[in-house]
Design a protein around this ligand. Structure first.
Ligand code: HEM
Ligand SMILES: [Ca+2]
Length: 797
């Protein structure tokens, strides 16, 4: 090894010195990627890590003798530009003369019909419940609905109202299209001439235009909980309960809400047929990434989006098949909220259970943000911003319920028998949340013990913390970090009250998460060149001026419906529990643990999951998915089968009218094309999700070119469209320079170190251990620590 072992005595840390840096070894580092490099804490090299790994002699020692790695200064950022929004109404479209005749009078007639149809649907829903056509408690379908259920709080009521009004507006638009026989290509131009306000629907969907922000909100150093008041000119941009935007024109069969058909006019192949034909279960581990890469992706997913389904009036889920897996009658489905998935008779798996119908309800609709008539748009119940909605909630009521209202802290589970080294768990979800919910405990067959009484599901800012034990573990780390920050800040500023401590801790934690996202996670997923090309590489020093008030940060439909589901391919069906010696103790099978966080209650298990996440390799992004997701998703104990997430993803893409995967067929392997041709009648019909996971990956990235493009541009909008992005200068939410430099020290490894009993970990947990990412002790400089002294308020004289 060429690396030097220059050891400089550790500097004293007793006084905070602004701009203070470790003395780093400049002498013995090789060139990396042709550039001068120097020895730094390893997480400062995360953007370069592929090159660091490929260059001999990049392992080095920091001034305290602990491992660092050699890499250049962060690369030049180009000035990335966002994708253009598609033109909804193309000016070359000439409206046919009968469409020209469309006027307010006819819109009002259609609106009457819309309201009538909506009432008929509600009536039908009632009669279905009376006839017991509903979802059975504990079934896979009832667990699936937990993914979308907003509980019974204020947000559920708000969303229900928006869905209903958007539903009326959508039926109205559909009525017009049918009555005037408007060709789908003309729909957007024909309808976008009319505002809801011009018609009888003027009282509907006006919560958006009614929103206001006062000066104190616009100038607040802290974000609102629901994301409003971030963009000064468009105060609802990025707010919870608003629509997704589109980067490609939608592909609804009627131009409004009817799912896409094949190009030849026939039905598209069943999503399950596609799933069994092109997706298989095979262990294809990545050589370089750990499952932390998957796990953090899910954190981002639960931060920036949650698409509720349509529910019945009493908030219970729609049944879309019979409980024994057979289709329902046409009449029972005539409310239009279901899109059940056909299971082929000869399905290699479900035929054993005699099931021909997989449950699927359509995603709830949002009011169109521009309040003009047009195609259906789906609703995001979380704030679109990167603001840790999963920790803090996306509405004030939930946020309030999560707080202790003392010393800025968040609620935790209080445990009678907590051992001296045991740290807090997330607070419990009340038992009566829904009668449909399966128990949160494991059966005796699985765990070997009787279900303990103390075991509860967890409550967090997002409704999905319990989906897997490792998700619950990760949420726990964020919760503990918030409380740790609040405690430290209180020591530095004894005069701060609960509100101030909560908000300051929240602001720091969100900044840390943003830094980890752009510094450690995104470079692995989309690759360094894409980061550079779009100007997404984090700054090493100083402030950014990247904010663009014309950029809508909202999540795109293509991102939620297809691209960001790439993570499903990385999931490992059997997470390992690994001990402090990094020896695997045992593994669990996901099918037994969906929404059953019992494992976390055993002291020491949280650490074993954390070490497992840092040890076990991630699966590659490809057409191989674990059977735990494709046959056993949300399996009811003892049934032997669950749902198929790949089928759900494909159907969701069609429900959202995500575009198909044209043009890109030349990137597929000929064998795959053969298989695709067996199920799709035209290559133009290929669903975006299926196309995306089948692309070969871009060199230096974890995904193929189409997903890379969609993910990269989404993260560009999330950064440049966020007035509270943590490295901006001169904004109400900006940090001081010293504070910002402390935020930059953060890493996922540091969060694990500070909030668990894990004491040894590699500095970049998303990457496997190697000589440039070696195991180090938590107290070493290799995993720098954020110093909170810059948050100490100067005493006023
Ligand atoms: C074991 C881990 C996971 C499970 C069990 C899981 C399960 C699910 C389920 C059941 C859905 C809803 C499907 C539908 O009906 O449309 C979903 C949606 C989604 N998943 Fe996952 N997922 C996992 C991991 C991930 C990861 C790692 C990512 C990203 C890196 C991800 C991204 C998404 C996205 C973006 C959606 C759309 C959500 C929405 O629209 O609300 N998931 N997942
Ligand atoms: Ca958010």
């Amino acid at each position: 090894m060429l690396a030097s072992f220059l050891i400089v005595a550790a500097n004293s840390h007793s006084h905070y010195q602004p701009g203070y840096k470790h003395k780093e070894n400049v002498c013995y580092c090789p060139k990396v990627g042709g550039l001068e490099s120097r020895c730094r804490p390893i997480r400062d090299c995360s953007v370069w890590h592929d090159l660091v790994q490929a260059t001999p002699g990049t392992a080095c020692k920091l001034s305290d003798g602990y491992p660092g790695s050699c890499c250049p200064d962060l690369p030049y950022n180009y000035n990335g530009s966002s994708l253009k929004e598609p033109t909804v109404c193309d000016s070359s479209v000439e409206l046919e003369s009968h469409v020209e005749c469309l006027d307010v009078f006819s819109l009002n007639a259609a609106a009457d019909a819309g309201e009538f149809q909506n009432r008929v649907n509600l009536q039908l829903e009632k009669s279905l419940s009376e006839n017991d056509i509903g979802v059975r408690a504990f079934s896979a379908r009832s667990t699936h609905s937990r993914f979308f259920s907003l509980g019974t709080g204020q947000q559920a009521i708000d969303v229900r109202k928006i869905n209903n009004e958007a539903d009326i507006a959508t039926i109205t638009a559909t009525q017009i299209v049918q009555r005037f026989k408007i060709d789908r290509k003309q729909v957007a131009c024909a309808l976008s001439r009319f505002k809801y306000d011009d018609t009888k629907l003027s009282t509907k969907c006006n919560t958006l235009s009614d929103s206001k922000c006062d000066e104190s909100q616009l100038n607040s150093p802290f974000r609102t909980i629901d994301g409003s008041c971030n963009n000064v000119d468009n105060i609802i941009w990025g707010r919870s309960n608003t629509q997704y935007q589109r980067v490609l024109n939608s592909d609804y069969n009627d131009g409004i809400w009817e799912p896409r058909k094949a190009k030849n006019g026939e039905k598209l192949p069943s999503p399950r047929l596609v799933s069994i034909s092109v997706v298989h279960d095979l262990d294809r581990p990545s050589e370089k990434a750990t499952i932390w890469l998957m796990q953090y992706g899910q954190v981002l997913d639960h931060d920036v989006l949650l698409t509720p389904e349509f529910t019945r009036e009493d908030q219970t889920p729609f049944a879309c098949c019979t409980d024994d897996g057979k289709p329902l009658s046409e009449e029972s489905l005539s409310h239009g909220k279901c899109l059940p998935i056909d299971i082929p008779e000869d399905d290699p798996f479900y035929s054993k259970f005699n099931r021909t119908c997989m449950q699927f309800a359509r995603a709830a609709l949002a009011c169109r943000s521009n309040a003009v008539f047009g195609q259906a748009e789906q609703l995001n119940a979380n704030t679109h911003y990167l603001d840790l909605s999963l920790v803090y909630g996306s509405d004030d009521k939930t946020a309030g319920e999560l707080r202790t209202n003392e010393n800025g802290k968040l609620n935790v589970t209080s445990r009678r028998d907590k051992g001296p080294n045991e740290l807090d768990l997330l607070p419990p979800l009340p038992d009566n949340t829904s009668p449909l919910n399966a128990p949160c405990t494991l059966t005796k067959e699985v765990s070997g013990i009787d279900p303990p009484e103390e075991v509860k599901c967890f409550k967090a800012g997002d409704v999905r913390p319990d989906v897997t034990p490792t998700m619950a573990v990760t949420q726990t780390i964020f919760l503990r970090e918030h409380n740790r920050l609040a405690e430290e800040l209180a020591k530095l500023n004894p005069s701060w009250n609960d509100e101030r401590l909560y908000q300051e801790a929240r602001r720091i934690l969100i900044a840390q998460a943003q830094h980890i996202t752009y510094n450690e996670w995104l470079p692995i997923v989309i690759g360094r060149s894409k980061m550079q090309e779009l100007g997404l590489v984090p700054l090493q020093q100083g402030f950014s001026n990247d904010y663009d008030k014309n950029l809508n940060p909202s999540i795109s439909n293509e991102f939620v419906g297809a691209a960001f589901r790439f993570g499903h391919s990385m999931v490992n069906g059997n997470p390992h529990l690994v001990n402090h010696q990094r020896v695997k103790e045992r593994e669990i099978l996901l099918r037994h643990h969906f929404f059953k966080p019992q494992e976390l209650y055993t002291p020491g298990n949280l650490e074993k999951f954390l070490i497992g996440l840092s040890t076990q390799p991630s699966q590659k992004v490809d057409a191989y998915f674990t059977e735990e997701l494709t046959n056993h998703l949300f399996e009811e104990q003892g049934k032997g089968f669950g749902l198929d997430l790949v089928s759900l993803n494909i159907q969701r893409g069609r429900d959202n009218a995500a575009k198909d995967f044209d043009d890109l067929v030349d990137v597929f392997h000929p064998d795959l094309i053969k298989r695709l041709k067996e199920v799709y009648s035209s290559v133009d019909d290929i669903d975006l999700f299926i196309g995306g996971v089948n692309e070969g990956r871009v060199k230096g990235a974890f995904v193929g070119p189409v997903f890379q493009c969609l993910i990269a541009h989404q993260f560009l909008n999330l950064k440049r469209g966020d007035r509270y992005f943590h490295d901006l200068e001169g904004k109400p939410g900006s940090f001081s320079k010293d504070q910002l430099n402390e935020i930059r020290k953060t890493s996922m490894a540091r969060l694990i170190c500070d909030n668990s009993n894990v004491h040894v970990v590699q500095p970049i947990v998303f990457k496997t251990v190697s000589d440039v990412n070696p195991l180090v002790r938590c107290e070493s400089y290799s995993i720098p620590r954020l110093d909170l002294r810059p948050w100490q308020e100067k005493k006023k004289d």
